[in-house]
Every structure is written in structure tokens, then in C-alpha cells.
Design a protein around this ligand. Structure first.
Ligand SMILES: Nc1ncnc2c1ncn2[C@@H]1O[C@H](COP(=O)(O)OP(=O)(O)OP(=O)(O)O)[C@@H](O)[C@H]1O
Ligand SMILES: [Mg+2]
Length: 363
């Protein structure tokens, strides 16, 4: 592949077609989709992340066990205080909103208080706003409670969290708390001990592919299989990122292929990185360096380059023992880059190490 050519297609990935529910190869079925000329369904003003935010548990993709647990809680009605912890864009807020909707139905508006990082959540708010809401009388079906949603709870100060301890207990007969956070370490232990902790992991490539395929079909998006694979690659398990990248590419180019996706996401093209690593496996330092210098010239940050090198190396088709060595060396250079040694020399040194590793493994 030429250094400037970024149009090649990526490898085949097996996906589940959401419409058919059967397993199929993406290259068999999807490459034939032609740019559509009919009226575009999508409302340009509506972000797809909101348009396709699941309303019920069945629409939530991935983390089945945790969702199942919540479904059980909701069916018996008496839900404990909960914390959902996990990486961004995997459905934590969505799940809590769905839970509240299922439990409270038409009373959702008056029986839910949602406070997120953009609201003021200092000690005063916890003392006054939450207390006032907890004291309000709302008629609910028997066995149901008002719900206070504390989204992005890890950004609450320790003081505010401390103030929450007693509040949680005082109003436990009328009110339940649902917290969402990225980092459960930042929630004080006293709060953790009052809640059932549920953990969400990153979504798998397959799960993201299934969802974006569904969105593509309902929005009549023109796409090629390598385009969707590029969206999945750039999302790295984050559904919000996947939908945003898909929508930006579609709005910007009216066709989703890998070249367009990487123009929107602007990160080192994985095919270029793959070619560079394969040159290293062939002990061809000068060709590998040419690609590295090209990436450097394009202005990518060393950290972006090294993380993409790692992502590509994980799936590189080379001998397993060599792959292990590659990942080890990449890890070491990543540490150095994070510590501040982020020069082209450092990245070129990595290429030299990879070529040396290839030479040792071959001999
Ligand atoms: N599991 C999922 N299934 C279907 N869609 C999802 C899922 N997770 C996220 N999404 C999509 O991504 C959007 C953002 O999800 P959500 O707000 O729930 O993320 P989050 O986990 O709360 O992230 P953050 O930690 O950044 O707040 C949703 O509106 C939805 O469109
Ligand atoms: Mg959220």
C-alpha cells in the first residue's frame, strides 16, 4: 500500500444482522449497498445518540447479565439504591432512565429528580434540593419509590457525598438513589456500602456493529463494509462514539467508507499502521520508517500513534511469539511517551526494536 493511499478495504468481520437475527459475513451482504437517492429519513437536527437511545431494557445492547439483574429488580418493584459504574458511552445513563421509566411510568416527570455534573451538586444542593424532593408527596403505585438520579456521581465532592450518607437513610422509605459513574473508586465507601454495585464493561465490536447496522438501515445510510468496520475500530467499545462518528461521516460525505470515517475521526489510519508493522516483521526498517515519518508529518500526537500501533498489533497476523514481543516493546515505548519522551526518535527506536525482535524470532 502506498503511503498516501488510504482507500483499501479492511478485513472481513462476521456480524449478526439485527434485522434477520442470523450470522452473516459482512463482505457478502453489505458491500453491495449503493448510495441512496431517496428522501433522507434522518432529521439533521437530532443527534442519533438521542434518537436511538434505548427506552427499554430489551433495546440495551451488551452487558446482558447486569441488565438482567436490573430487570429482575424492576419486576419485583422494590429496587435498592444502585450504582452503575463503567466506561463512557456504554449505556449507564440510558439504563437508569429506562429503569425509572419502567418503575414509574406516567409519574416519571414528577417522581424523578435528575442531577448531573452540570447541575450544582455541592453540599447545599444535597441538603436542600434533595431533601425538598424527598419530602414532596407524590402518588405512586404501591411498592414504588421516587427516584433521585445522580449522574456522573464521581464528580461530586467528598463533602457532598458525605452529606448524602444520612440523607439516603432518612428517606429510604420513599426514595431510591441511582448513581452512575465512570470511576467507582471516587465514590466514598460509605455510599458504596448503601448501594448495590453494578458494573458495565466496554461493548464488544460485534455488539457495536449490530447496533450501527440497525441505525444505518433505518436511516438509509449508504455504507461499505470497510466503513462500518472503521467506525467500530475508532469507537473502541464506546457506543456513543460509534454513533457520533457514523452520523458525522454520513452528514459530511453522504457515504460511509473507511477513508471518509478516518477523515472525520482523524486518527492514524490502521491500514497504514498495519503495513508499517508488517514491514517491521519483515525486518525492513527503511520502509517502516517511511510510514512513521509520514504519520509524524501528518501531525498526529505520539500518544495517538502509539495507541493505534497497539490496537493494530493486537490483531496482526504474525507468529504468536513475535506478536508477544511486539506488544511488549510497544508497551515500553508507551510508558516513555506518557512520561514525556515523545519524539520521533522514540517512535523510530520502537521500529528498530521491532525489526530486531523479528530478526531474533526468525533465526
Ligand atoms: N448499551 C447500549 N445499547 C444501545 N445504545 C447505547 C448503549 N450504550 C450507549 N448507547 C448509545 O449511546 C448514547 C449514550 O449512552 P449513555 O448516555 O447511556 O452513556 P453513559 O454510559 O452514561 O456514558 P457516560 O459515562 O459518558 O455518561 C445513548 O443515547 C445511546 O444512543
Ligand atoms: Mg452518562
Amino acid at each position: 500500500m502506498e503511503v498516501d493511499n488510504t482507500e483499501e478495504t479492511a478485513s472481513t468481520t462476521a456480524v449478526i444482522d439485527p434485522m434477520e437475527g442470523s450470522s452473516t459475513s459482512i463482505n457478502d451482504e453489505l458491500t453491495t449497498v449503493t448510495p441512496q437517492t431517496k428522501t433522507v429519513k434522518s432529521d439533521l437536527n437530532m443527534p442519533w445518540i438521542e434518537k436511538y437511545r434505548p427506552k427499554s431494557f430489551t433495546d440495551i445492547v451488551g452487558n446482558e447479565e447486569t441488565v438482567l439483574r436490573l430487570e429482575k429488580f424492576s419486576s419485583c418493584g422494590n429496587v435498592p439504591n444502585i450504582i452503575i459504574a463503567g466506561p463512557p458511552g456504554v449505556g449507564k445513563t440510558t439504563t437508569i432512565l429506562a429503569l425509572a421509566r419502567i418503575l414509574l411510568g406516567s409519574a416519571f416527570k414528577e417522581a424523578v429528580l435528575e442531577l448531573n455534573a452540570s447541575s450544582d451538586r455541592g453540599i447545599e444542593t444535597v441538603r436542600n434540593k434533595i431533601k425538598m424532593f424527598a419530602q414532596q408527596k407524590v402518588t405512586l403505585p404501591p411498592g414504588r419509590h421516587k427516584i433521585i438520579i445522580l449522574d456522573e456521581a464521581d464528580s461530586m465532592t467528598d463533602g457532598a457525598q458525605q452529606a448524602l450518607r444520612r440523607t439516603m437513610e432518612l428517606w429510604s422509605n420513599t426514595t431510591r438513589f441511582a448513581l452512575a459513574c465512570n470511576n467507582s473508586d471516587k465514590i466514598i465507601e460509605a455510599i458504596q456500602s448503601r448501594c448495590a454495585m453494578l458494573r458495565y464493561g466496554k461493548l464488544s465490536d460485534q455488539e457495536i456493529m449490530t447496533q450501527i447496522l440497525k441505525v444505518c438501515k433505518s436511516e438509509e445510510v449508504s455504507f461499505s463494509s470497510d466503513g462500518l468496520e472503521a467506525v467500530v475500530f475508532t469507537a473502541q467499545g464506546d457506543m456513543r462514539q460509534a454513533l457520533n462518528n457514523l452520523q458525522s461521516t454520513w452528514n459530511g460525505f453522504r457515504h460511509v467508507n473507511s477513508a471518509n470515517v478516518f477523515k472525520v475521526c482523524d486518527e492514524p489510519h490502521p491500514l497504514l499502521v498495519k503495513e508499517m508493522l508488517l514491514e517491521c516483521a519483515d525486518q525492513n526498517i527503511s520502509k517502516a520508517y517511511k510510514i512513521m515519518a509520514h504519520l509524524w508529518k501528518l501531525g498526529y500526537a505520539p500518544e495517538d500513534i502509539i495507541t493505534n500501533i497497539f490496537r493494530v498489533a493486537k490483531h496482526l497476523e504474525i507468529k504468536e511469539s513475535l506478536k508477544l514481543k511486539f506488544i511488549q516493546e510497544i508497551g515500553m515505548v508507551h510508558i516513555r511517551i506518557v512520561e514525556g519522551m515523545n519524539s520521533l526518535l522514540q517512535l523510530s527506536g520502537l521500529l528498530a526494536k521491532l525489526c530486531t525482535a523479528a530478526a531474533i524470532t526468525v533465526n
